[in-house]
Design a protein around this ligand. Structure first.
Ligand SMILES: [Mn+2]
Length: 364
């Protein structure tokens, strides 16, 4: 082996390591009291977060347009605490479009105006709510199920809700109706999203099983997301990768991260784990992020984000309610101590992976 050969061999390896070394994971956390509460921004910074994954401005009744000034104010407020605000956990309302209700044309127009305002304000990613327009869009059958050491968390068992009567407030829907409406939505908004530079992402239906209350829940598998991404092919349509929901589906989560991440389709992530799936007897329960009894190997999941060069922020999703959380306040999945513990665990996983120069398998 001559010296030239060695140089040729070493250059690609060192470039590879350099690439990994340069990727730093971006973290955010949603704490009780809301994303923009000053004390929460200070605590987020103290916890090592880089980002806020926020929500849209509050609106006066009758208005659906997100105004440029209101968005800019939120962004400046976050930035004044040394954090970034580029990703929102919600989006302008779309239920009239997705469920074909009266006023859908006006809603489309408002949505497009909001996209322009978001782009002008420097907000790059949104996640409109496509789940059924009922108060309990996210269904759980238990909110305080016991987990480690007497902490409690939410759980879902389809057996208990599969015979719940359809809601009477809306029409009846077939799955293909929702797909058709979703295509109609994307065809009408993606050109504006592209001009504005704002990515529209979707979160899986939670729980990913159908129907509930008569509503089809279409985003409940890897294949469904493949179909979603093929409705209108654009760099401005993507996924909020909720690990918890993909775990609830019973799929191989690190493989799903690689599948969508390699295509550049994951724009932000919810880092979470569950025990059981929607298909298991008894359903699933949300658990501590580090609980080894979960569906997902969390180290492998974190590593997969690095492997695909994921560049968005991630946040712990729902976490158990712990001792003292009753006093500190919050609500199911969003109590303080569970989140603080989760983000510490995530930062630890990330540092371990970064320190290894990302996995010997890639670099050797
Ligand atoms: Mn989620």
């Amino acid at each position: 082996m001559g010296p030239l050969f060695l140089v040729k061999l070493l250059i690609p390896i060192s470039l590879f390591k350099l690439r990994w070394a340069m990727v730093r994971m971006r973290f955010a956390v949603i704490l009780p009291g809301g994303a923009y509460k000053t004390e929460n921004l200070i605590l987020s910074k103290q916890l090592g977060c880089t980002d806020v994954i926020g929500h849209g401005p509050s609106l006066i009744q009758g208005s659906e347009v997100w105004e440029h000034g209101d968005l800019l104010q939120l962004k400046r407020h976050v930035e004044s605490h040394g954090l970034r605000l580029e990703v929102l956990e919600d989006g302008p309302r779309i239920e009239k479009i997705i469920y074909n209700l009266p006023g859908r044309e006006e809603q489309l127009e408002s949505f497009c105006k909001s996209l322009e305002n978001l782009g002008k304000a420097g907000i790059k990613v949104i996640k409109p709510q496509h789940m059924p327009p009922v108060p309990n869009a996210i269904w759980r059958t238990e909110t305080d199920k016991l987990t480690r050491g007497g902490a409690t968390s939410t759980a879902f068992d389809y057996e208990l809700v599969k015979n719940v009567a359809p809601t009477s407030k809306f029409g009846t829907y077939q799955e293909e109706d929702i797909w058709k409406n979703m295509a109609y939505f994307l065809e009408n908004v993606v050109p504006t999203a592209e001009d504005a530079g704002v990515v529209i992402t979707f979160h899986p239906d939670d729980p990913p099983i159908s129907p509930i209350q008569g509503f089809p829940r279409i985003l409940r598998s890897v294949e469904a997301f493949d179909r979603l991404l093929s409705l209108v092919r654009s760099d401005y349509v993507g996924i909020c990768f909720c690990q918890g929901c993909f775990a609830e589906m019973g799929v191989d989560v690190p493989a799903a991260i690689r599948h969508f991440g390699a295509k550049g389709k994951i724009f932000f992530a919810h880092f979470r784990n569950v025990k059981g799936t929607v298909h298991s007897p008894g359903g699933f329960q949300e658990i501590f992020h580090d609980d080894p009894s979960g569906q997902v190997d969390m180290y492998e999941a974190m590593k997969a984000y690095y492997e695909v060069g994921f560049q968005g922020p991630m946040r712990p999703d729902h976490a158990p309610k712990m001792q003292y959380d009753e006093i500190l306040g919050g609500h199911s999945g969003y109590y303080l101590l569970g989140k603080v513990f989760a983000i510490g665990y995530m930062v630890g996983l990330a540092q371990a992976i970064e320190k290894q120069g990302l996995g010997s398998s890639k670099a050797s």
